[in-house]
Write a protein that binds this ligand. Sequence first.
Ligand SMILES: Cc1cc2nc3c(=O)[nH]c(=O)nc-3n(C[C@H](O)[C@H](O)[C@H](O)COP(=O)(O)OP(=O)(O)OC[C@H]3O[C@@H](n4cnc5c(N)ncnc54)[C@H](O)[C@@H]3O)c2cc1C
Length: 444
Amino acid sequence: MNLKNLKVVFAGCARDCSSFLPDTIKNIRSYSKLFKESHTVIVENGSKDKTKEILNQNLSENDLFLFREDLTRLPNRGQRLETARNIIIETIRENDKLNDCDLFIMIDLDDVGTYRINNKDISKAVEFLFSKKENGAVFANQLGTYYDMWTLRDQKYCKNDFWVEALQFLIKNKNLSEQISKDNFMEAKKETIDKKTFSFNVNMPPILVESAFGGFGIYKMKNVLNNKKKYKGVQNIEVISKDQKKINPLFNWKKKRMEYSMGLFVYYFGTKKIYENVKHHTIKFGDKYKEHLEDIFENKKLNEDISYYLHRPTATDKSMAPKGHDCFYVLVPVPNNKSKINWSEEGLKLKDLVVRKMEESLLPDLKNNIVEDFFLTPDYFEKELNTKYGSGFSIQPKITQSAYFRFHNKSEIYNGLYFVGAGTHPGAGIPGVLSSAKVLDKIL
Ligand SMILES: Cc1cc2nc3c(=O)[nH]c(=O)nc-3n(C[C@H](O)[C@H](O)[C@H](O)COP(=O)(O)OP(=O)(O)OC[C@H]3O[C@@H](n4cnc5c(N)ncnc54)[C@H](O)[C@@H]3O)c2cc1C
């Protein structure tokens, strides 16, 4: 296979890797020379060392280095990696020069990336990749113990996520109130991790896998672009500890049938015009209120006849906006994410709709006066705040989901675990949430 006929995108995620980056970039540049055309996309986030500086010093014509400070607000490394990798794929999708390439090569930008794979092996790997139509990607092996068990999935060596098994084993064998002891760890290691420790001989032929990585993965670009699934870096798992109570059948029944509240579209905006006549709180109902509620809760679809709540804090406190300016948020009830609405498309449309509606009835010439804005959709509530189905107010506050029928303040599963907040008794809203703290104070 003549690599000189192929165009390639190298990609990676960077954070605090300045001690390895010069060598990794040197390797990328050197691999690039093997191909007809090469591009590099790197997403950096939250580095405290010289990573940003090194990237800027090395920036050349075919490079896209994206510095995404916004990812820092994601508390979990897995979530940050997931988002950064999805940003890389989206960047390629939207850029015709990049999505026209034949190969996508993901490379670890830490110590693993400093290892220089020899040209012959890269050539052989690409040749193998194109030898069968059904091959989508090819991944590196490692000398010694195979370490990248997070991504390896195949029928023989690693069918499932064994880290989940390790965690479940660990929790199952201890009481929730106990610290995890060294003995707990050693037992979990023996029972799960040690059983999955192996190395692949370098001379072995390629192994068929569903996924893998190992610091260097070569993908057919076509497969990357056609893959509708997104990178996932986190998962929810069920853990059961030694001291778990016998579950009350009512709890399982409740868990299964609980219905969740609507989602919220929240649009924050600042204007260079002051709307003196608008009060602190304004609620506007659409014409077909009943049908609108049915669309939100039953049909789970958007419609144009929206109702909304407009909040103007400057009506009572002028210091909320700079002099000569005004600030607002508008909240539009929408279906929660059980609807499967694609918010990356519908969000902008809904923003335009609500701006138009407010312009017609409350805020004349609004569009031309907006100076700053952003919006949140149920995706934000689901992905960043962890609310189920991206609902705005947890489980619905209806009679059959209230009091004893709501989730209790004292855990129905674990001893020593208690809840306050919107999803528990008495319910959502700041007064409800504060009351739940008062109730719990009494229980304790
Ligand atoms: C736009 C909007 C306007 C509202 N207006 C009003 C109003 O005017 N009056 C009123 O009474 N109520 C109002 N509410 C409702 C009220 O804000 C909520 O009911 C209340 O804040 C819920 O409190 P909580 O403590 O249960 O949850 P939250 O305030 O949502 O706090 C939960 C926190 O947990 C964090 N979290 C989630 N998962 C994890 C994890 N695994 N690890 C660590 N942290 C995690 C989340 O990021 C979040 O910060 C409004 C809600 C919204 C969204």
